[in-house]
Design a protein around this ligand. Structure first.
Ligand code: C2O
Ligand code: CU
Ligand code: CU
Length: 560
């Protein structure tokens, strides 16, 4: 349909089974050939009656990647091959540690034979997908090196940009950091009718930050507990797993950029450097009803946004950049904790409060899809109404905050295996409002000394821009994510958000459409409405700052 433009370098190559000769070499070359004779143990059973449309072998393994063009970096990678399906189902990102882009249609039956070949326990979570407990990648389902876990599910989600990553308790941050992540893109009939840009005009843009040592090897957290408390922040931005952040696109072309913030803890305030508005087509759970133009965009960890890029005003050989604009967040995390009471951090991470480049687009030869049109309407759907919620008068409230033992908690609790509290139990086939808030759970009264952090910290109380008090001092943004479903946002209350921070971010939030992750600023409160359908069982909700999650800012909710 769309021909390859040979004048252009593309991030993406369509994969074929034989094209598995990536730039990424298996770290232990002999591993792969061994597995066929070694018969890795399987943990759960394959269901022979499940007739898959797409049957994939997905292996997590140590790898070496040229993140920098001239050096080889030790990484982990997901590698996939098709057992049943078509070449269109898998797209490798050339030269990247990232897993392949898995492309499916709504209604497809998918089997994934996940083989763990990293020297640690792991399990794959399908972020954003509506699947059963057994297929969700719960930390209790981790498998050891050499074992295989079978996923079998039907794709029930709307067209949208979903993703997959490990979910072992305490080690998600490290494993994602080393490279384990990939996109899972769903299309459906409604979307197909729109004739949005496809093929080489539909481009994944995975944004991550990383820190390298002198040997160009990945460095995760520094020694201090504070790096962990704050969440990992890197010194370099990687796009699709590469230091080289340039995309070469055709003048006049129309593109769909699928942005994923795959960073462990960093959020971005994104804008075009030429001052043009960002045109948003979709969010986590698929297309919006209509395109939305925004002067800038806040993208928290785990969030996705599909952006329309029209290069028809760009001349050949020009360039535009997607940049991060300054936000006053350093005081919340790094500055406050590191510079304040907790001693200094060793890391030279990119400060939030500065502008830096995310993506550079070189406009090359003229593109072939110049006639592609931005539709005025994208999708029609009914959102959930507050009046449908069984708890509309008394929303279930979850507070994301620092707990008394200097740990990140949800309603004062941390993750404990399959434990689920009464207030975390919901009923199948009901609609509920969840009120999530980012606050201090013991005391917002600066004179109240009852918290276990003790009086010694009071001296620093003024650091938070006048809002003062011990409570605010220990606040950080929490990117809150709920498994298994997509919700609508009913309300975003920023009354208690620091004025400067709100001023700098308020036009970047999207409250429309279906979402599974939100960026909850310190002091912010949001009402989310969701419906529990199809599957009973245990699912997670947690902070998607992966270091917070690993420290236990994660809980189960149970659908009964
Ligand atoms: Cu993307 Cu439970 O996470
Ligand atoms: Cu998830
Ligand atoms: Cu958090």
């Amino acid at each position: 349909m769309m021909k390859k433009n040979v004048n252009r370098r593309n991030f993406i190559q369509t994969a074929s089974l034989a094209a598995a000769g990536f730039y990424v070499m298996p770290f232990f070359a002999s591993c792969k050939s061994d597995t066929s004779t070694r018969h890795p143990e399987t943990v759960n059973k394959m269901n022979k009656d499940f007739i898959a449309d797409l049957d994939l072998q997905l292996t997590a393994l140590p790898s070496q990647t040229n993140i920098y063009p001239d050096s080889s970096t030790k990484t982990y990678s997901y590698r996939a091959s098709i057992i049943k399906g078509s070449e269109d189902n898998l797209q490798n990102i050339e030269g990247s540690y990232l897993g392949p882009v898995i492309r499916v249609k709504k209604g497809d039956k998918v089997r994934v034979r996940y083989e763990n070949q990293i020297p640690a326990e792991s399990i794959v979570h399908w972020h954003g997908l509506h699947v059963s407990h057994e297929n969700d990648g719960h930390p209790e389902h981790v498998i050891s090196e050499g074992e295989t876990y079978y996923y079998e599910f039907e794709v029930m989600n709307r067209a949208g940009t979903y993703w997959f990553h490990p979910h072992p308790h305490k080690h998600t941050g490290e494993q994602v950091y080393k490279g384990l992540a990939g996109l899972f893109i769903v299309s459906d009939k409604e979307e197909e009718k729109l004739n949005l840009p496809q093929g080489e005009y539909d481009i994944p843009v995975v944004i991550q930050d990383r820190t390298f040592n002198d040997n160009k090897q990945l460095q995760y957290l520094g020694d201090g507990q504070m790096d962990r408390m704050q969440g990992f922040l890197g010194e370099q931005i990687l796009i699709n797993g590469k230091i080289d952040n340039t995309l070469n696109l055709g003048a006049n072309g129309k593109y769909r950029l699928r942005l994923l913030n795959g960073s462990n803890s960093r959020a971005y305030k994104l804008a075009w450097d030429n001052g043009e508005a960002i045109t948003v087509l979709g969010v986590d759970g698929g297309l919006l009803k209509a395109p939305k133009r925004m002067s800038y965009l806040m993208l928290g960890p785990a969030q996705r946004v599909d952006v329309w890029l029209d290069l028809s005003q760009q001349s050949e050989n020009s360039r535009i950049k997607l940049v991060h604009l300054p936000i006053p967040l350093d005081m919340m995390g790094g500055g406050m904790m590191n510079g304040g009471m907790m001693g200094n951090s060793s890391s030279n991470h990119l400060p939030y409060d500065t502008q830096f480049d995310i993506l550079e687009i070189n406009v090359g030869a003229f593109a072939e899809n110049k006639d592609a049109q931005l539709p005025g309407e994208l999708s029609s759907f009914n959102t959930l109404a507050a009046t449908d919620a069984i708890n509309k008068d008394n929303p279930r409230t979850f507070t994301f905050a620092m707990g008394g033992m200097m740990e990140w908690t949800i309603n004062g609790r941390t993750y404990n295996g399959t434990e689920v509290a009464e207030e975390e139990t919901v009923k199948l086939d009901t609609t509920e409002i969840w009120r999530i808030n980012n606050g201090n759970q013991f005391s917002s009264d600066p004179d109240d000394d009852s918290g276990m952090m003790g009086g010694g910290m009071h001296g620093n109380g003024g650091m938070m821009g006048g809002q003062g008090g011990m409570g605010n001092m220990m606040q950080m943004p929490h990117p809150v994510h709920i498994h298994q479903l997509q919700f609508n946002i009913l309300n975003r209350d920023a009354d208690k958000v620091d004025d400067k921070l709100w001023e700098a971010t308020k036009d970047g939030f999207i409250n429309e459409g279906w979402q599974d992750s939100v960026y909850l600023l310190p002091g912010m409160q949001m009402d989310l409405i969701m419906r529990f359908e199809d599957y009973k069982g245990l699912f997670l909700y947690h902070c998607h700052n992966l270091e917070h999650e690993d420290m236990g800012m994660m809980r189960n909710f149970k659908i009964v």
